[in-house]
Design a protein around this ligand. Sequence first.
Ligand SMILES: *[C@@H]1O[C@H](CO)[C@@H](O)[C@H](O)[C@H]1NC(C)=O
Ligand SMILES: *[C@@H]1O[C@H](CO)[C@@H](O)[C@H](O)[C@H]1NC(C)=O
Length: 312
Amino acid sequence: NLQVDSTKNMRAKVVCVFSDTMKTFWSILAILGFFIATCFSHMLKLNECGNYDGIFSKIKYDQRLIGDILNVIGAITLRGCLTKCLYHPICLSVNYRRANSTCELLGVAIQVYNPTKNDTLISDAGWNHFETDYTIKQLGRRCTANNPSCSEYEICEDICGAPGYQCVKRTLRHTIAEYSAVSELAGHEAIYAFDGNEYRIYHSQGSTDGNFWIKATFGKRVFITAVEVVNRLIHLGQVYENRNDNIDLRTILHEGDETIDNVFGNTGDLGERIIIPCNRLADELLAYQSKEVTIGIIQIGEIWVYGKVPFE
Ligand SMILES: *[C@@H]1O[C@H](CO)[C@@H](O)[C@H](O)[C@H]1NC(C)=O
Ligand SMILES: *[C@@H]1O[C@H](CO)[C@@H](O)[C@H](O)[C@H]1NC(C)=O
């Protein structure tokens, strides 16, 4: 099993290693007291207040992830290799070859989709690939102990201040490869609805006779758990607030020549924001306001897309 730490942006790093057999023999663990103490001392240097952020392992035996090798280190222990990854600013996973004690630090991970860096897991006898488990719902001892009821699109993460843990939303923002919209005002292009900043907005041009839409195209099929639509916040309470009312949210899937287009929710009378459960796969996310209900313009603070990239 692996003791791992993960930072906020799903960047997980492995810290200490115990074999499964050691876990079952507490006497041996006692002998390893020094080893464990050393692990904790590593953790205490981190900004997670000395907590382990998670205990899990994703190990691929006799396999090696090829892509974005940051560094190759020879004559190093597995634990040393994992620790190097921990202290490397952009390391996400490692390959390790025991036979000649070789460590490869990688800027990619099987579970973390990055449209700009492709990677391939290959069979390669003698190499093992190590990652943390991004599907885990509880990251950290305090989360595990308190078992808070985070919603389906959130995970629990330990934090330093009281109460020591919090539910965090998992956004798919980084998996979006293209942005498009019916029309755009300069400086308020479609991308600003998905940029992670609720105050930088998407703004369409005005029109009295057309449908309005804005779309995110994912670089890879995703599983959307929920979508949160945020209004243009500076216009709350004004007549402009109603511009984003009654927008349909749709997932689009492309299967061969077929396009599967599903409405899974509607913003209704939006107000400040709404979270709409989705729980379906998507190649694209479309927000669509028909000309029957529009008041002639849309202006969106943010469309947060929560979920995950399904594993291969
Ligand atoms: C260890 O062996 C692998 C496979 O033969 C090789 O690719 C790698 O360069 C070796 N590493 C060192 C440090 O010699
Ligand atoms: C990675 O991208 C390059 C360039 O687009 C391509 O030639 C290669 O086949 C890709 N590899 C994988 C594993 O997708």
